[in-house]
Design a protein around this ligand. Structure first.
Ligand SMILES: Cc1cc2nc3c(=O)[nH]c(=O)nc-3n(C[C@H](O)[C@H](O)[C@H](O)COP(=O)(O)OP(=O)(O)OC[C@H]3O[C@@H](n4cnc5c(N)ncnc54)[C@H](O)[C@@H]3O)c2cc1C
Length: 293
């Protein structure tokens, strides 16, 4: 299908991109990898008067691994994450989730900033930023601000971004050595959006009990969720068969997904329980050495 007509700009600085956005009164849209936006144009779900191509904003392509955590520039692509050996140590849960994103061709172009701004409730990265309490740096006409991931997603394809703002970076807090984590997803085919997925991590106290448990759910609501009821079951417990069964039941009870064209709500409720169970059974300890550069 042909795209609707639009003007095109390719700024070389964030300030220029933001000024262009601001001058179009909500009628302009940033273009990153184009893997969600271009289909939306083709289907006339969006018809902006101006596309602002971010590809020359090279400062937004950086991946930083530091003592205080991992920072991904908004134009970092899925492929860049999977090819960066440092991230397998510095944020293994992020890498485990991104391995499920889309197909080879899409991973060559799709970006982290585009995924968060698009806010598909079944997408992996929004679920990971919520689970990991990441922060999202944005810049608009009046300056920069940082938004907690928990406050960023407002509903399907809806975020806290203002019309003149672009995402510049995503920051994940430091990932301690030996943290245990798991990611489980069910999709019709590998690379499709999740019907349901669970992301989780926990640390262990001196007695081998789980503490600092974080559990996230993808694909079971209008936005990614933290499953606090499941965290409550797991915190202070030994992760054995009985605890895992209780966590699975708590996950299914905690969500109320609607029916849609892909699956019934009751099916998704059961599925998220199974995903939590699988993620818990698959938990691996992180490598003890976090390399900081
Ligand atoms: C067949 C197919 C399968 C897919 N499967 C999956 C999957 O399994 N999991 C998954 O997560 N995704 C999947 N995707 C989506 C893919 O990951 C997209 O690349 C991603 O959601 C959007 O990233 P993008 O860089 O392509 O953004 P674009 O398509 O360029 O933009 C998407 C939206 O974000 C806005 N935007 C882009 N960058 C910024 C920025 N820096 N600041 C503010 N707004 C911005 C745009 O204006 C637009 O509204 C799939 C896509 C396709 C076509």
């Amino acid at each position: 299908m042909k795209l609707p007509p639009f003007e095109y700009a390719c700024p070389t600085t964030v300030a220029e991109a933001v000024a262009l956005l601001a001058s179009h009164d909500g009628e302009a849209k940033p273009l990153a990898g184009g893997q969600s936006l271009v289909p939306m144009l083709a289907f006339r779900i969006a018809s902006p008067s101006l596309l602002i191509d971010l590809r020359k904003l090279t400062a937004l392509r950086e991946i930083k691994v530091a003592q205080d955590g991992v920072t991904l520039g908004a134009m970092v692509r899925w492929r860049d994450i999977l090819e960066d050996a440092r991230l397998r140590v510095a944020h293994p849960l992020l890498v485990a989730a991104i391995e499920h994103v889309a197909h080879y061709q899409i991973r060559n172009r799709g970006t982290v900033g585009g995924s968060l701004a698009h806010a598909d409730p079944a997408a992996e990265l929004p679920g990971i930023v919520v689970t990991c309490e990441a922060t999202i740096a944005v810049t608009g006409e009046t300056g920069a601000r940082v938004i907690d991931a928990a406050d960023f997603f407002r509903g399907p394809l809806m975020t806290a971004l203002r019309p003149d703002e672009i995402i510049t970076a995503i920051h994940f807090p430091a990932w301690p050595a030996r943290r245990r984590f798991g990611f489980a997803e069910f999709a019709r085919r590998r690379g499709d959006f999740a019907l349901a997925a669970a992301a989780l991590f926990y640390d262990e106290d001196g007695e081998g009990k789980a503490c600092n448990v974080h559990v996230g759910a993808i694909g079971v609501a209008d936005r990614p969720l933290r499953l606090t009821a499941v965290e409550h079951v797991l915190n202070g417990s030994t992760i054995d068969d009985a605890t895992i069964a209780a966590a699975e039941a708590a996950a299914a009870t905690a969500v109320d997904p609607p029916d849609d064209i892909h699956a019934g709500g009751a099916y998704r409720k059961t599925l998220i329980g199974v995903m939590v169970e699988r993620a818990l059974r698959s938990t691996t300890a992180s490598s003890p050495k976090v390399k900081v550069m």
